[in-house]
Design a protein around this ligand. Structure first.
Ligand code: SAM
Ligand code: SF4
Length: 329
């Protein structure tokens, strides 16, 4: 699959559910209404969809959500997709998770052929964690992370940098990840989805964070890429990679190799644009796979060049009303 700008589309991020067992303040409202079950792709439909993308050239697949590990039947899907890795038709199968259920699932993930996973952890402080997630218990997540490590999964921690919330902890997180042997990626808040409170208030440019970190750490430029949008440095003191994802202050669209599919089977060509295609209808219309493949091909043919995120500062509104838990992070 080559898009109109010559970019080869090899990376699919698939949201397997909009549900979650946490309510992170930057991601969801406190009272969320989740989609009726019939709207969601079934586990079988999710598998058929992934196989269609793999036939069309996708080599890397990331499952996300919502919280992928709360989806019933998820381990069945993961085990089946793991067979694609074993067969060499897929280079990588991975997951972004909040970690709450990893203690239970880490071993199975490893057995299914996963090698590395991203775990979201914005703070190491018990109270800040509870406030940020509205009721989450950090001990469950820390146990989950330890279980992932013990199972032999390579761990990368994702931290959303928030002004006045966890900015003073980022140094500590770099040190902790160094001690534990985890890479770390810092994420700028993205204006997606209506949530309570002002987003501008917590917007923290990563340029500023990087500058502050460089007072305490030697940040060596690195050309490493993981097929995602982060740029990386190596922290000389710990030997770990430190990534920065800055959708607002920099444009990372030139090298974009990915598309997203929501848990309802909607294909988004760009996280920052509304253009999409419905893949659920062709999946449900026919058992034959040429219908869905044709829709995917046609949609890739109109993948936009890039996005232009803005936080609407006057109205404090996100540029896109779509929630992150529907599109997947
Ligand atoms: N529940 C899983 C988790 O938290 O890792 C997977 C889904 S979550 C939507 C994926 C990533 O998106 C997480 O790292 C989360 O911190 C991040 N995220 C959610 N809302 C965001 C926002 N408004 N801006 C930036 N990152 C966001
Ligand atoms: Fe759930 Fe992940 Fe969103 Fe937090 S960021 S509410 S863990 S989906």
């Amino acid at each position: 699959m080559i898009d109109p700008f010559g970019r080869s589309i090899t990376y699919l991020r698939l949201s397997v559910t909009d549900r979650c067992d946490l309510r992170c303040v930057y991601c969801m409202g406190e009272e969320m209404e989740f989609l009726p079950r019939a709207e969601l792709l079934t586990i079988e439909e999710l598998e058929r969809l992934c196989l269609a993308f793999i036939r069309l050239g996708v080599r890397k697949l990331r499952l996300t959500g919502g919280e992928p590990l709360v989806r019933r039947g998820i381990m069945t899907l993961i085990a089946r997709l793991g067979q694609q890795v074993a067969a060499g038709t897929l280079d990588e199968l991975t997951l972004t998770t909040n970690g709450t259920r990893l203690a239970e699932f880490a071993g199975d993930l490893k057995a299914a052929g996963m090698k590395r996973i991203n775990i979201s952890l914005d703070t190491l402080d018990v109270d800040t964690f509870r406030r940020l997630t509205r009721f989450g218990r950090i001990d469950k997540v820390l146990d989950g992370i330890a279980a992932a490590k013990a199972a032999g999964l390579k761990v990368k921690i994702n931290l959303v940098a928030l002004k006045g919330v966890n900015e003073h902890e980022i140094d500590r997180m770099v040190a902790w990840c160094g001690e534990q042997g985890y890479d770390l990626t810092l994420i700028e808040t993205m204006p997606l989805g209506e949530v309570e409170g002002s987003r501008n208030e917590h917007y923290l440019p990563l340029d500023e964070v990087r500058q502050r970190l460089s007072r305490n750490w030697t940040l060596e430029p690195s050309a490493a890429r993981t097929g995602g949008p982060a740029t990386y440095v190596r922290v000389a003191e710990t030997g770990r990679m430190l990534g920065f994802i800055t959708p607002l202050t920099h444009n990372f669209c030139e090298g974009c190799n990915r598309v997203r599919v929501t848990c309802t089977g909607r294909l988004y060509l760009c996280l920052g644009q509304e253009d999409s295609a419905d893949l659920r209808a062709p999946l449900r219309q026919s058992e034959a796979e040429d219908g869905v493949e044709a829709v995917i091909r046609e949609a890739i043919g109109r993948k936009p060049k890039g996005h232009d995120f803005i936080i609407d500062r006057e109205h404090q509104r996100p540029a896109l009303a779509r929630h992150m838990n529907v599109t997947g992070g």
